[in-house]
Design a protein around this ligand. Structure first.
Ligand SMILES: Cc1cc2nc3c(=O)[nH]c(=O)nc-3n(C[C@H](O)[C@H](O)[C@H](O)COP(=O)(O)O)c2cc1C
Length: 366
């Protein structure tokens, strides 16, 4: 990939601005980004990343290498869905130190999403509220971009959803499985976004079974593993039902969790905005949900912990609570993209300190 602007050292300006390049420069550029409306700042960031080299995956300490759902992860710290919705910069994000990247949510047909403003930073809470509503350019556009990435050793998952105006949402997921399997390291069935009315009802037992059965039938032979992403706002007994259905229909891992519709003790003025809440205030809820899923599954299906992870201690806590992998998004908004690399190295240190030979040995040991 071409780099438009270079420093004297030959290092791409955008790349230096985005990575910490040995110096912590994100705190310096953060006020500029935060001076912009949140969605503009996001588009600016994606634009800057597109100008930087598509390096692909980094090397990590071998204690972090693990196999989950048949895939070889170099680091367990991934980028959660929603940052790179249209698969514009997956290789750049791997190059910044994420062990895997999940693009999407992509729907079969392009859609605009909800009217703006629809993305809000809650600075006093280290949080974000979004009601984007699956704005995306559609699966064919993401497919073409992922094809252009060519062969590379990185793990790029594709998160799929249903169009808001779809007459048959289950058919949309089946179509997504068929369409995106050839370019995905794994697929995520996202039925937990609070911003598409009625979508989360697909988590209800009967609807979930019908959906997972259709997804299973749509799976191509030898296709990628399929993950299921759930909400943190489930009722009693729901984790059990979901785990049983997921195992029955051959789901390979469960991602716990998406954003919450609850509003736990927020201080920021924009805390009354509707949409999904992510970041620090989600941490406790997402950890509890993970523990519920671990208790329900007893380790029978791998879990991926996400929600409010901001440092190596948070990631380590999630792994000890039963997550084989973790993902994050909102903490990167506040700390910059060097966060994945820092957390990975913090985790490697904790693995060694605890006397484990490999991170996989630490999963579920709390
Ligand atoms: C702006 C924004 C957009 C998101 N879009 C999606 C999405 O399209 N699909 C999805 O599965 N999750 C989406 N998420 C949820 C994240 O993937 C993640 O589950 C959630 O933010 C909790 O993690 P965090 O606290 O580290 O951000 C989005 C989150 C944010 C903040």
């Amino acid at each position: 990939m071409r780099c438009a602007a270079k420093l004297n050292s030959g290092v791409c300006v955008a790349e230096r601005a985005m990575t910490d390049g040995g110096v912590r420069i994100y705190p310096l550029i953060r006020p500029l980004a935060f001076g912009l409306d949140a969605e503009r700042a996001h588009r600016f960031t994606i634009g800057a990343l597109k100008l930087s080299p598509a390096r692909g995956p980094r090397r990590f300490p071998s204690v972090l290498n693990s196999k989950v759902a048949g895939l070889d992860f170099a680091s367990p710290v991934g980028l959660a869905a929603g940052f790179d919705k249209d698969a514009e910069v997956p290789l750049q994000m791997l190059g910044l130190g994420f062990g895997f990247v999940e693009v999407g949510t992509v729907t079969p047909r392009p859609q605009d999403g909800n009217p703006r403003p629809r993305l809000f930073r809650l600075r006093k809470d280290d949080a974000v509220i979004n009601r984007m509503g699956f704005n995306n350019e559609g699966q064919p556009a993401a497919f073409a971009r992922l094809m252009r990435c060519g062969r590379h050793p990185g793990i790029v998952g594709v998160n799929i959803g249903a169009n808001k105006d779809s007459g048959d949402r289950v058919a949309d997921y089946a179509e997504g499985v068929r369409a995106m399997s050839p370019v995905a390291s794994y697929l995520t069935i996202n039925i937990s976004s609070p911003n598409t009315p009625g979508l989360r009802q697909l988590q209800d037992e009967g609807a979930l079974k019908a959906l997972l059965s259709a997804v299973n039938q749509a799976r191509p032979k030898g296709g990628p593993p399929i993950f299921l992403k759930v909400a943190p706002d489930l009722g009693e007994g729901e984790p059990d039902q979901i785990v049983r259905a997921a195992i029955h229909y051959g789901i390979d891992a469960i991602i716990v969790a998406n954003t919450t519709v609850s509003r736990p003790g927020l201080k920021s003025t924009q805390s009354g905005e509707s949409g999904g809440l992510s970041g620090a205030p989600l941490k406790r809820l997402a950890l509890k949900a993970l523990r519920d899923f671990r208790a329900a599954s007893g380790g029978e299906i791998p879990l991926i912990g996400v929600g409010g992870i901001a440092d190596a201690d948070d990631a380590w806590e999630r792994i000890r609570a039963g997550a084989s992998l973790v993902q994050l998004y909102t903490a990167m908004v506040y700390q910059g993209p060097g966060i994945a690399w820092r957390i990975a190295h913090g985790l490697a240190e904790r693995v060694r300190r605890a006397g484990f030979a490999n991170i996989a040995e630490a999963v579920g040991t709390e």
